[in-house]
Design a protein around this ligand. Structure first.
Ligand code: GRF
Length: 220
């Protein structure tokens, strides 16, 4: 049996689509058991429903505070039988107590070369800083926003004609290769959380893996 995976997404769901496509190509042996969202209108929910994956939409406005919402959401995720959790464009900060049981089993994709530009508007901030390169990171989720150990990154050069929109658009195809590649490592247990940090093939992962031009990680 394949590892059971839940996905949380707040938006259109192109990263979810990339995960499903990788699975369909036989490159990502996992079972998607739930796609959840804080937005009932998220494109990701529609994609999941079309793919026959159970969906869950919870509206934070129906809960008195963040912790109550997150405890309910994470209880529902646990009830789905998920062993791993992927944040694929999930745009909410998660309460530290709710996420604690998932540390080491939950990854997030963030559109910057972490530790640069945690939080929002990463493309704009990279341009404003005059950076020569930009990229995306997949990291383990800890209570520190966008601050958990980085597993892997995809890099690209910033070009003269880039504005915020173009940069985001050019980065997206790299995100779509990076996220399935990292989930594959986690699902195969080549990548594991041991004690208080990530290990790859049993060795502490001290520097982030870099996605190669061929769209693969060096560990694959
Ligand atoms: C991606 O750029 C992701 O890195 C960011 O939000 C965007 C989600 O896009 N956190 P999509 O919903 O997967 O298309």
């Amino acid at each position: 049996m394949h590892p059971r995976v839940a996905v949380l997404a707040s938006g259109r769901g192109s990263n979810l689509a990339a995960l499903l496509a990788a699975r369909d190509r036989g490159e990502l042996p996992v079972d998607f058991v739930l796609v959840g969202s804080d937005k009932a209108t998220a494109g990701a929910l529609q994609l999941a429903a079309t793919a026959g994956i159970p969906t869950l939409a919870l509206d934070p406005r129906n809960y008195p505070d963040r912790r109550t919402f997150d405890l309910e959401l994470f209880a529902r995720i646990a009830a789905s039988g998920a062993e791993l959790l992927v944040l694929a464009g999930y745009m909410r900060i998660i309460d530290g107590e709710a996420l604690r049981p998932w540390v080491g089993r939950m990854i997030n994709i963030h559109p910057s070369l972490l530790p640069k530009y945690r939080g929002l508007h990463t493309h704009r901030r990279a341009l404003e800083a005059g950076d020569l390169e930009h990229g995306a990171s997949v990291h383990f989720v800890t209570a520190e926003l966008d601050g958990g150990p980085v597993i892997a990154q995809a890099r690209m050069a910033i070009e003269a004609g880039d504005d915020e929109h173009r940069l985001a658009q050019r980065l997206l195809p790299l995100e779509h290769r990076l996220l399935p590649a990292v989930l594959r490592l986690l699902a195969s247990q080549q990548l594991q959380w041991v004690g208080d940090g990530p290990r790859l093939d049993g060795q502490p992962l001290l520097t982030a893996l870099q996605l190669g031009a061929h769209g693969l990680l060096p560990a694959e």
